[in-house]
Design a protein around this ligand. Structure first.
Ligand SMILES: NC(=O)c1ccc[n+]([C@@H]2O[C@H](COP(=O)([O-])OP(=O)(O)OC[C@H]3O[C@@H](n4cnc5c(N)ncnc54)[C@H](OP(=O)(O)O)[C@@H]3O)[C@@H](O)[C@H]2O)c1
Length: 251
């Protein structure tokens, strides 16, 4: 049975990686899906590959730009009239020691990962039906100290905290809010942060299940949290990391 038939879901950052895989998954389960990104060419490529016809809308919008989020909400409202779920997925990462992070990198990280997630939710709320679902993309790094990820991890801790507090805030409307915390997942962001050829083997050695994860692994968890199967779950963080954060580090 298709869990998302007649449902409309907004996914920010749907051109590649986890957002794209989630779009694929929800389309396969019958949803109408809106994907966003900053680049028209990448949006066009993703749309062509997803090949979902009238069940897909691609909108150029930078989540750090409130005017873009306003026009996104307006486009979504005109397209489908409302939303059943939101996946605030768009994110960015600066991976270097704290001593080297510049003010501009700090501002960009917080603008996309924290401010962007907060206002994605706020601007979508008038469209979101009572009883709908919100999933925020956090990260395993909010659970364990990764030396090169101080600012990134702090933004992701904020993201999970938003899930908790907005879960209470929106409970009177029965809107559930949860976060997901992916581990090492093979995407453009992961490839950008893993400079050397041995990184995969080194990272996989830290994962009890022994491999780097796939974007589709996270998409399945997002689909669960966005669906009626998770009807009694709110304010939680679901970690999808092959056991990385729950285990003793390998030497
Ligand atoms: N991969 C991992 O190992 C991992 C682990 C934990 C958490 N995460 C989180 O997963 C999320 C998705 O990342 P990914 O790994 O799937 O990487 P990705 O393939 O690089 O995807 C990032 C997506 O976000 C979009 N994006 C970036 N900045 C944006 C902005 N300001 N406004 C709108 N869209 C924006 C990108 O599209 P454009 O560039 O076209 O705008 C792209 O669609 C991020 O929040 C990341 O922190 C990833």
């Amino acid at each position: 049975m298709e869990r998302f038939t007649h449902h409309t879901v907004l996914i920010t950052g749907g051109t590649t990686g986890i957002g794209y895989a989630t779009a694929r998954r929800l389309l396969d389960e019958g949803a109408h899906v809106v994907i966003t990104g900053r680049d028209e060419h990448r949006l066009a490529k993703a749309s062509a590959e997803l090949a979902a016809g009238e069940r897909l809308l691609a909108v150029r919008a930078d989540v750090a730009d409130l005017a873009d989020l306003d026009s996104l909400a307006s486009r979504v409202g005109s397209w489908r009239g409302g939303l059943d779920a939101v996946f605030a997925n768009a994110g960015t990462g600066v991976f270097k020691p704290g001593a080297e992070i510049t003010e501009a990198e700090f501002d960009q990280s917080t603008a996309v990962n924290f401010k962007g997630v907060f206002f994605t939710v706020q601007k979508a709320l008038p469209l979101l039906r009572d009883g709908g679902a919100i999933v925020l993309n956090a990260s395993w790094t909010l659970h364990r100290g990764l030396p090169v990820a101080s600012v990134y991890s702090a933004t992701k801790a904020a993201v999970h905290n938003l899930a908790r507090t907005l879960g209470s805030d929106l409970a009177p409307r029965r809107i559930r809010v949860n976060s997901v915390s992916p581990g090492f997942i093979d995407t453009e962001m992961y490839r950008g942060a893993t400079a050397d050829a041995e990184a995969d083997a080194r990272n996989a050695a830290q994962v009890p299940l022994g491999t780097i994860g796939r974007a589709a692994d996270v998409a399945a968890a997002v689909a669960f949290l966005a669906s009626a199967d998770a009807a009694y779950i709110t304010g939680q963080d679901l970690v999808i990391d092959g056991g990385l954060t729950g285990s003793f580090p390998n030497p």
